[in-house]
Write a protein that binds this ligand. Structure first.
Ligand code: HEM
Ligand code: HEM
Length: 197
C-alpha cells in the first residue's frame, strides 16, 4: 500500500495535519473548562466546554486521518542520522500519537460514564455508556493529567526540533516545513525567471 517508503521530507498533507494538530492541541489546552465537574459542567462554562470538546474531537479525527494517510505516504527517514537518534525520535512520536488518541478517548468515555452528553458546537451526543459516576470521574482525572503531559512533551519535542536545526544543522525541522516557507527567495526568483521566459 506504501506509495513511497524512502522520503526525506514530509509531504504537504502531512505537514498540514501536523501544524493543524499542534494549533488545535494548544488551543484545546488553553480553552480547558477547568476545575471540578460541578464547575466544568456548569451553565457558565458551556461555551468554553463546547469549544474545548469540539477542538479535542477535531484533533481525534485529524490524527486518525493522519495515521491512515501515513499508510499511503510511507515513513520519512533522515539520511545520515545516527540510528539511536532515529529510534528514540520514532519512539517519542509514537508516545505523542498515543497521547493524541488517548486524550480525546478518555474524555469521551469519562464524560459519558459521568452521565453527561458530549456537547460540541454542532450538537449533543450521548451519553452512550451506562452511568458509573465515580469511574467516570477517575477517567476524567486521567484525561486532565494526560492533557498536561502532552503540552510538556510537545514543548520538549519542539525544542529538540529547533535544536536539530540550529545545533546539529540537519534537515529535521525543515522536513516538516512547506517549501515556500523555506526558500521564499529562490521560489520567487524562479517564478520571475519563468515569467521572463
Ligand atoms: C487534544 C485534545 C484535548 C486536550 C489537550 C485536553 C486537555 C484538557 C485539560 C488540560 C483539562 C483540564 C483543564 C483544567 O483543569 O483547566 C481538560 C478538561 C476537560 N476536558 Fe479536555 N482535552 C482535550 C480534549 C477533550 C475532548 C475531546 C473532550 C470531550 C469530551 C474534553 C472534555 C473535557 C472536560 C469535560 C474537562 C473538564 C474535566 C473535569 O470534569 O474536571 N477534552 N482537558
Ligand atoms: C502540540 C504540538 C505538537 C504535536 C502534538 C506534535 C506532534 C508530532 C508528531 C506526532 C510527529 C510525528 C510525525 C510523523 O512521523 O507522523 C511530529 C513530527 C515533527 N514535529 Fe511536531 N508536534 C507538535 C509541535 C511541533 C512544533 C512546535 C515543532 C517545531 C518547532 C514541531 C516540529 C516537528 C518536526 C520537525 C517533526 C519531524 C521530526 C522527525 O521527522 O524526526 N512539532 N510532531
Amino acid at each position: 500500500m506504501h506509495v513511497d517508503t524512502a522520503r526525506s521530507d514530509y509531504g504537504l498533507v502531512t505537514q498540514l495535519f501536523h501544524w493543524v494538530t499542534a494549533i488545535l492541541v494548544v488551543a484545546a489546552y488553553f480553552l480547558g473548562p477547568g476545575g471540578r465537574e460541578q464547575r466544568a459542567f456548569s451553565p457558565s462554562m458551556e461555551t468554553t466546554r463546547d469549544l474545548h470538546e469540539t477542538l479535542g474531537i477535531t484533533v481525534f479525527v485529524i490524527v486518525l486521518l493522519r495515521i491512515l494517510w501515513r499508510l499511503f505516504e510511507g515513513e520519512v527517514e533522515h539520511p545520515g542520522m545516527a540510528s539511536w537518534i532515529s529510534y528514540s525520535s520514532k519512539f517519542f512520536h509514537l508516545l505523542l500519537y498515543a497521547l493524541l488518541l488517548s486524550i480525546p478517548a478518555t474524555a469521551i468515555v469519562g464524560t459519558w460514564l459521568q452521565g453527561h452528553p458530549l456537547t460540541l458546537l454542532v450538537g449533543e451526543f450521548g451519553p452512550f455508556l451506562t452511568q458509573a459516576h465515580d469511574l467516570g470521574t477517575s477517567v476524567m482525572e486521567i484525561h486532565t493529567t494526560l492533557g498536561d503531559v502532552i503540552v510538556w512533551m510537545a514543548g520538549l519535542h519542539a525544542a529538540v526540533a529547533i535544536g536539530h536545526h540550529f545545533f546539529l544543522r540537519d534537515r529535521v525541522l525543515v522536513s516538516m516545513l512547506p517549501e515556500w516557507l523555506i526558500q521564499p527567495r529562490s521560489a520567487s526568483r524562479s517564478k520571475s525567471a519563468h515569467i521572463g521566459t
